[in-house]
Design a protein around this ligand. Structure first.
Ligand code: SF4
Length: 451
């Protein structure tokens, strides 16, 4: 049977499944993770260890129609300045709980648009962060940079503060597509931003590009990928556009009749994927590509590639702390999410408390299933010897967890001497296969297309 027919038969073109950037996924978080428990988890971090820090800036100059991020539009600097003050207070509270000697293996500013901050605010924020914990010697400081919202003065501050990786969003370079998704960002603006970033000594570049956009055709995605390749990014994330206008109201502006079908989405992904492969990028997990020298390629080769909220990472820290409204932290004990609304977050920080509103404390089985899913998402295979040794389980218990996967995807998943493996032709099914290892009930409405 032709692969596409097999994929269709297994439901690829109809399924809605999580992206598995966490396990369990965020819709399963409950309100039993409190600010007090969050504080205990921070205090349990070992002295002198390395952690990661994520700082969320939920403001944008404009609200692009395609974007489902939780972010607020603002024309003035004052709400942003007030928010930076809140972040500084939150960092003070964090400092009071953090054990001594902790350093940052990764620092990431995301949003929203972190480059909306004025240079003075950036300097202030970076100073407050490094007062809590300095960067580790080989640490990585990355910032999401909006090519339309960046200038020399901001880049000078970021580079002086130690930024050594920049991340830019591209979506698609086609003018017609940009118009219907409400995000105008020409190739020239993007190229100028990249040149400016490199001129400030920041040499690692990430870029995001989308497939599945309205009016996107094979010719259009080919041209966009080629233009992106001309900028020589080190890492590319090729994400599927998730059209969920019932959740992200701005997407109602996007003509749904111009969207490609699920079968066309698969073809668009394949076209872009081949272009990256032909240009000598390594394929990283389900939707990333990286140059041979990039940290993700190195991590894939040595078995340390991991999945996190930003997709894939080579960071091996056990703790990721999220600062700012709606940020999610991950500890060996579980997940904790801050109050999603900026106003609620600010109010509680001003009262001197963390703002954790929900999360999830891991059970032993969560840890096991989470690692099995992570193995599939990172390496398209599981390794029973590692699972048995790490989690102290019996081979029989492990086999029982595989059963739903082996039953549902009998012809598509390969049983190996040390686990299971997803052959290349079945990789579009990876998120669905991960779903077969997920023990939680799923409401399809909250998830995006499997392809
Ligand atoms: S794409 Fe970027 S600038 Fe546009 S709304 Fe989303 S976060 Fe803001």
């Amino acid at each position: 049977m032709e692969t596409k027919t097999q994929l269709a038969k297994l439901g690829l073109f109809d399924a809605k499944v999580p992206r598995y950037t966490s396990y369990p996924t965020a819709p399963h978080f409950k309100n039993n993770v409190t600010p007090e428990l969050f504080g205990e988890w921070i205090s349990a971090i070992k002295d002198d260890s390395q952690i990661s820090l994520y700082v969320h800036v939920p403001f944008c100059r404009r609200l692009c129609w395609f974007c489902a991020c939780r972010t607020q539009g603002t024309a003035s600097a004052s709400p942003v300045a007030a928010y930076v003050e809140t972040l500084k207070q939150e960092l003070e509270i964090l400092k009071a709980h953090l054990p001594p000697g902790v350093t940052l293996s990764r620092l990431h500013w995301g949003g929203g648009t972190p480059t909306l901050l004025e240079p003075g605010m950036m300097e202030d924020l970076a100073g407050a962060i490094f007062d809590v914990a300095p960067m580790a010697a080989d640490g990585e400081f990355s910032v999401e940079i909006d090519p339309c919202e960046i200038d020399d003065a901001r880049l000078a501050v970021l580079s002086k503060s130690g930024m050594n990786r920049a991340s830019i969003g591209v979506q698609d370079f086609d003018a017609k597509i940009q118009e219907v998704i409400g995000r105008i960002q020409s190739y020239d603006i993007t190229r100028d931003a990249v040149e400016m970033i490199r001129a400030h000594g920041v040499h690692s570049l990430n870029a995001d590009i989308l497939y599945g956009l309205p009016h996107q055709s094979q010719a259009r995605i080919t041209e966009s990928v080629q233009k992106l390749l001309s900028l020589s990014p080190d890492r590319v994330a090729l994400y599927g556009y998730a059209h969920v206008p019932w959740m992200a109201k701005r997407q109602q502006m996007i003509p749904s009749d111009a969207l490609p079908t699920p079968e066309e989405r698969l073809d668009l992904f394949e076209t872009a994927r081949k272009l990256f492969m032909w240009d000598n990028y390594n394929e990283i997990g389900i939707d990333h590509f990286a140059t041979k020298e990039d940290g993700l390629s190195v991590a894939l080769a040595n078995g340390t590639l991991r999945r996190n909220f930003q997709g894939y990472t080579d960071d091996t820290s056990k703790v990721l702390i999220g600062v700012g409204a709606s940020s999610i932290s991950r500890f060996p004990q579980g997940y904790a999410q801050n109050a999603p609304a900026t106003s609620a977050h600010t109010g509680r920080i001003r009262d001197g408390s963390f703002t954790t509103t929900r999360g999830h404390a891991f059970t032993p089985e969560d840890r096991l299933r989470g690692r099995m899913i992570e193995m599939l998402m990172c390496e398209f295979r599981t390794q029973n010897d590692e699972l048995i040794e790490t989690f102290g389980i019996t081979p029989a218990k492990l086999q029982s967890l595989y059963q739903p996967l082996l039953q549902e995807f009998a012809d598509m998943v390969k049983v190996t001497a040390n686990g299971v493996e997803i052959p290349e032709h079945a990789r579009p099914l990876t998120r669905m296969m991960a779903r077969a290892l997920d023990a939680y009930d799923m409401d399809q409405a909250g998830h995006s297309s499997a392809i």
